[in-house]
Ligand binder design. Structure first.
Ligand SMILES: Cc1cc2nc3c(=O)[nH]c(=O)nc-3n(C[C@H](O)[C@H](O)[C@H](O)COP(=O)(O)OP(=O)(O)OC[C@H]3O[C@@H](n4cnc5c(N)ncnc54)[C@H](O)[C@@H]3O)c2cc1C
Length: 512
């Protein structure tokens, strides 16, 4: 059987499904090939925040924003990384973020917000309701409505070229699929590729496991083997997170059907602030980690053996040290002083960005699985299954370093006040994860994959993380934004491309 459509999309996450819907809305027939048994990718695992300017949510909240202000704020957030920003793509992102939030709303995705997200001057964060699975449900529903054909459990391992060298299709599970007008790579990032992490960031980083084990960077291999180039592959989001709670969360269990989410938004927008914060703390059930300001105040990181693991000044260093433990496990230990300090604003343990803050007592209430408190260090150690003598020795040693004003073990600079006053606390187990990997294939402003010389590769587009093209995306809510924006644009551009005359396979461009 021959599978041919106008547009072939590889990857059924946020960018791939947005591309498919956009192409179908432009009148093209579309096939999506998804490696996993179900679509969604990292998009459906995320917190789900989407940062955008000039949305109806902002208008309703009385926020007067502009594209230029958005861009200026991104410059501030970039800091030293501004020098390597792809400013052309950033303008594409800034101009299309608002319309894309509206588009998502029109297909049944509801948001809460906009909420502030420093250092941005204007509130721009739109938080998806009830959770990021709503993206998957709405995009999938719309794909079906628009007649998009989706094949799951279909891992693409080759691109196909015709005699003219144009990309005309892809192969998965030994079967060829063709896109007459073009092929879009939307396979997510490379946070699960030991090889790419090791090559571009280092061996230690490669040992930190990904949140999404399917992000094996396939599109990067497919794209480069077709003549594209990877760029800015040196930044991973490594950190310590609590594994998602298994406690049922009524809010998150709500189905994301359009009528219900619309009602939820209306209700949630009218809740008194305290009640709203309570509702949003449901986010504590998802992948979340404690702020490193707790270490600066005095907390320490220990392994399951009760010994300190690393310099707590750096998320990256801590993540790598925890990943190197046998069980990829660490605990934050602190005393009554730190617990008191992190019981009220402005010192949250963690945030659900901009909307609600979670303090020590919230962890007691909502995450009893990772909250530990005991009158003595020995009791705390017993609760954690650690050797009491080892934890006591670690804390005594640490308090000695604090008194001496230096950390000879790991060179930590922000020492804090020591772990001296009972009761004593622990948060954990925490595990080290790579949440996402920045970098991507070089693309032009029409999302065409380009060679090192900037020449578009005929027939090949990329979107989402695979087509990040040197964008920095250094604030919350920009990765999801880019996935949907670039997907929509790529879908539209491919749908407008001419049919390729020759769909005969001349060469299979193989990846591993
Ligand atoms: C825990 C977590 C929280 C996050 N929170 C946020 C947030 O709040 N805001 C934000 O902006 N960003 C957030 N992110 C990042 C954001 O989710 C991603 O950057 C974004 O969703 C990427 O979208 P994508 O379409 O490029 O990739 P994905 O959504 O990952 O989709 C890629 C798809 O391609 C498929 N695929 C891969 N290889 C192949 C192949 N060879 N053949 C066929 N299919 C293939 C995958 O299975 C997957 O379904 C978070 C990420 C994580 C993990």
């Amino acid at each position: 059987m021959i599978y041919t459509a106008d547009v072939l999309v590889i990857g059924g996450g946020g960018s791939g499904m947005s591309a498919a819907i956009s192409a179908a809305t432009s009148g093209a027939s579309v096939i999506v090939l998804e490696k996993c048994p179900q679509v969604g990718g990292s998009t459906a695992m995320s917190v789900g925040s989407f940062t955008a300017a000039n949305t109806s949510y902002q208008y309703r909240a009385g926020v007067n924003d502009s594209i230029d202000l958005f861009i200026e704020d991104m410059k501030v957030a970039n800091g030293p990384f501004e020098a390597r920003e792809n400013t052309e793509l950033r303008r594409v992102l800034a101009e299309n973020a608002g319309p894309t939030v509206e588009w998502l709303s029109s297909i049944g995705v509801q948001f809460l917000g906009p909420t502030p997200e420093p250092p941005y001057e204007k509130p721009r964060m739109h938080n998806v309701l009830p959770n990021s699975k709503a993206y998957r449900e709405a995009l999938l529903r719309e794909c079906k409505k628009r007649g998009v054909t989706i094949y799951t459990s279909m891992r693409v391992d080759q691109l196909l070229r015709n005699a003219a060298g144009e990309i005309i299709g892809a192969a998965a599970n030994g079967q060829n699929y063709f896109g007459r007008r073009g092929v879009i790579l939307a396979t997510g990032d490379y946070s699960a590729s030991t090889e790419l992490k090791s090559q571009f960031v280092g061996e230690d980083a490669a040992k930190v496991p990904p949140v999404n084990p399917n992000n094996t960077g396939d599109g990067y291999y497919l794209g480069t083997e077709a003549g594209g180039v990877m760029m800015q592959m040196d930044r991973l989001y490594e950190g310590l997170r609590f594994a998602p709670s298994t406690r049922p969360d009524p809010i998150k269990m709500l189905p994301s059907v359009p009528g219900l989410t619309r009602l939820m938004r209306v209700v949630v927008e009218r809740l008194p602030k305290n009640l709203l914060a309570y509702v949003i703390r449901g986010a504590l059930t998802s992948w979340i980690g404690p702020n490193n300001t707790m270490y600066a105040a005095g907390a320490i990181l220990v392994g399951p053996d009760g010994r300190r693991l690393a310099n707590e000044d750096s998320d990256k260093v801590m993540a790598r040290a925890v990943a190197a433990t046998e069980a990829n496990t660490g605990y934050m230990i602190f005393d009554a002083k730190v617990a008191k300090q992190f019981s009220a604003w402005p010192n949250p343990v963690s945030t659900f960005p901009g909307v609600a803050y979670a303090y020590v007592q919230d962890y007691k209430r909502f995450r009893p699985d990772v909250y530990h408190r005991a009158a003595t260090l020995e009791d705390l150690a017993a609760d954690l299954g650690m050797d009491p003598a080892a934890l006591r020795a670690t804390v005594q040693g640490w308090n000695g370093h604090v008194a001496a004003g230096a950390d000879p073990e790991f060179g930590r600079e922000h020492l804090g006040d020591g772990v001296t006053e009972g009761p004593f606390y622990a948060l954990g187990p925490m595990n080290a994860y790579v949440t996402l990997a920045d970098g991507g294939l070089a693309v032009d402003t029409r999302l065409r994959v380009t060679t090192a010389d900037g020449e578009p590769i005929p027939g090949l587009w990329a979107a989402g993380s695979t087509g990040q093209g040197g964008l920095q995306l250094l604030n919350h809510g920009l990765h999801i934004g880019w996935a949907m924006i670039s997907g929509r644009l790529a879908g539209r551009h491919v749908a407008q491309a001419q049919n390729r005359v020759d769909l005969k396979v001349a060469e299979a461009v193989t990846t591993r």
